[in-house]
Structure formats: C-alpha cells, structure tokens
Ligand binder design. Structure first.
Ligand SMILES: Nc1nc2c(c(=O)[nH]1)N[C@H]1C(S)=C(S)[C@@H](COP(=O)(O)O)O[C@H]1N2
Ligand SMILES: [Mo]
Length: 330
C-alpha cells in the first residue's frame, strides 16, 4: 500500500493551520501536550510544506521555549474567524449523560475516570483490536481548527488535536461487507448522573457511512488548545465530524464497530424525526422547529450566516450524489 503523507491529502486550508501550529509549538511540545513526554517518537513536521510557506509568522519558531497552554491565542480558522476562548469551549457543553444544563456539565463531569481507558474496534473487520488510550495517543497527532455547529444554532471555533479516523480504520482492515461505522460512548450510570434522569436509550450511539468515516476531515480528537481533552469535551477520545451538526461528534468513545446496515443513532431514536442520521449542515433546510439559516457564534454578539456544510462544502461535495436531495440534511 502506498503511504500518503498527510500534507498531500489534507485540504490546503486545514494544513495551513496545522503548519502554523507546528511552527509555533514544535513537535516535542505537541507530544508532551498529549501526555507522551519524552517517550513519544519525535516525528518530523512536514518539512516541504513548512518551507513552502511564505506567510510571515508573528513569532519565529526558534525564538522561545515551547509552551503548552495557552498556545494559540490570536489564531483563527481558515476563513479568518477567531478561536472561541478555551473558557467557553470547556464550560459551555452538550453532554447529556451528565446534564442538559450546558454550564453544569464541566463540574458534573470533572471526576469521570479516563484512565485506564480502552477502545474496542470490531465488527466486520479482519483484525479486531482493543487499543489502550496510551496507544491511541501515540498515533501521529495533528491540529485541526474546525468550526463546530450545534443543531441548536450556536457555534464555536475549536483547535482540536487528533488524528484521522481513517488511520485507525485502516489498521483493523474493514471487510468488503462493511458499509457503516457505529460508535458508542461510555455508559456508566454511577459516573453519569444525567443517564438516571434522562430516559434515553444509552449508551449514546452514532454512525457514519464508511466513506464519511474515512474522509480526511473526520478525526478522533484527544485534545484541544494544546492540552488533553477534559471530560466535558469527551475525554479521553471523541469523534469530530465538522460538516455535520455537533450531535454526530460523540464523546468518550469505548467501542467502534464496522457494520453492514445503517446504525440507529441515539438522537434518531429519541428525536421523533427531528434529528436524522445524515445531519449535514445546510442553512436552507430548517429544523422542524427552527431555522438553520444563521447561528450565534459563542463569544460574539449578533448572528452569522450558516455556511453550506458548515463551510466544508468543497471538501465533502464528492460524498453526496445529488446534493439537492434534502434528506441528506436532517
Ligand atoms: N456522548 C455524547 N456525545 C455528545 C453529546 C452528548 O450529549 N453525549 N452532545 C453532542 C452535541 S449536541 C454537541 S453540540 C457536541 C458538543 O461538543 P463540545 O461540548 O465539546 O463543544 O457534542 C456532541 N457529542
Ligand atoms: Mo449539539
């Protein structure tokens, strides 16, 4: 198999933000940031892309000690929108296993045990595996600055650390009968008070079609803002699918299965037809109870227009034959 370098397959606007990050922090600081310390193999940041960059950086890489946090102040996504503050990203959360009160989640989740942690990957694969979190953290970690658009019409810009889900899926060698990927969040009623009051079909389950799961924009995240994930954001490992509504990006993953049939996601099961499997962001397709044409960016006043596929339309266009079919968007 040909090993394609990430710099060759990552959309330019994404790899630009990564390049800036690598220049600022250095690969070692990045490894330390995700808990690897000196044990992490120092990987060379993509040298050709770095030298090809003619954009002057605010600081010179060799200028200062690598710092862990906060490293990214003043940075922006590829369309120039500033990052949402670390404070907001970690204190305004949807994680119904803890609470439906966004501002209560961080406190209620703070003691979630995230070590030891394993993720089981199985189903229709040639090489089922159970990977410890340490092993997952040793994957080549990159930064992705993505917009996160909640179906409730608010959004953030978040600097994730993670790796393409495709990296993991290739390791387990999906069988040709595998058509979808099904994901499960931890279900631990003793640690998750919300599961006792909210009678949903736990564990929180989500799914992607295999080609969506293999898309380079789809990542498993293990950190944000240069630090390991906090429980409220889905520690120690969560999905991020930036062109879909936020509820697809499930948190604290314990199980991933390759399956033949389209899985039923939790929100499909409880949502009375309001939250579909596809959930691709489209400003022209309203939720049954509210418009999706605009959104409130957390930390800003006023509203912004919502972008087609949350601004990633060019990258994901090839995934959906007949994009005018409205069933892709709920
Ligand atoms: N297991 C689980 N994953 C979840 C949720 C949840 O309630 N439980 N909420 C989702 C929703 S609606 C959103 S908008 C995002 C929010 O992610 P963040 O809090 O890290 O910004 O997480 C998603 N992942
Ligand atoms: Mo959401």
């Amino acid at each position: 198999m040909i090993k394609i370098k990430p710099s060759e397959i990552t959309p330019e606007h994404i790899y630009r933000s990564r390049r800036r990050f690598i220049a600022e922090m250095g690969a070692l600081a990045l490894a330390a940031a995700v808990g690897q310390g000196c044990a992490a193999p120092a990987r060379a940041p993509e040298t050709p892309s770095q030298s090809a960059d003619s954009t002057p950086d605010a600081s010179t890489p060799g200028d200062r000690e690598p710092v862990i946090l906060p490293t990214l102040s003043g940075q922006a996504d590829e369309v120039g929108d500033p990052l949402t503050s670390f404070e907001a990203v970690t204190n305004y959360n949807n994680y119904y296993e803890f609470s439906t009160d966004k501002e209560a989640v961080a406190r209620l989740a703070q003691d979630l045990p995230v070590r030891p942690w394993t993720v089981e990957i199985g189903g229709l694969v040639d090489k089922p595996q159970t990977l410890g979190i340490e092993e997952l953290l040793s994957f080549e970690i990159e930064e992705r600055i993505y917009r996160m658009r909640c179906v409730e019409a608010w959004s953030m810009v978040i600097p994730w650390l993670g790796f393409p889900l495709a990296t993991l899926l290739r390791r387990v060698e999906p069988l040709s009968s595998a058509k979808y990927v099904r994901f499960e969040t931890l279900y631990d009623p003793d640690e998750m008070p919300g599961t006792k009051t909210l009678r949903y079909p736990w564990p929180y389950t989500e799914g992607l079609r295999l080609d969506e799961a293999l898309h380079n924009l789809t990542i498993l995240s293990v950190g944000l803002y240069g630090e390991e994930l906090l429980p409220q954001n889905g520690a120690p490992i969560r999905l991020v699918v930036p062109w879909k509504y936020g509820f697809k990006s499930l948190k604290s993953i314990v199980r991933i299965d390759l399956v033949e049939e389209q899985p039923t996601s939790t929100w499909e099961a409880v949502g009375g037809g309001e939250y579909g499997f596809w959930a691709n962001v489209n400003p022209d397709v309203p939720h049954p109870r509210w418009s999706q044409a605009s959104e409130s960016r957390i930390g800003e006043t006023g509203r912004r227009e919502t972008l087609m596929h949350n601004g990633y339309a060019e990258e994901v266009a090839g995934l959906y034959a007949n994009p005018d079919d409205r069933s892709w968007y709920y």
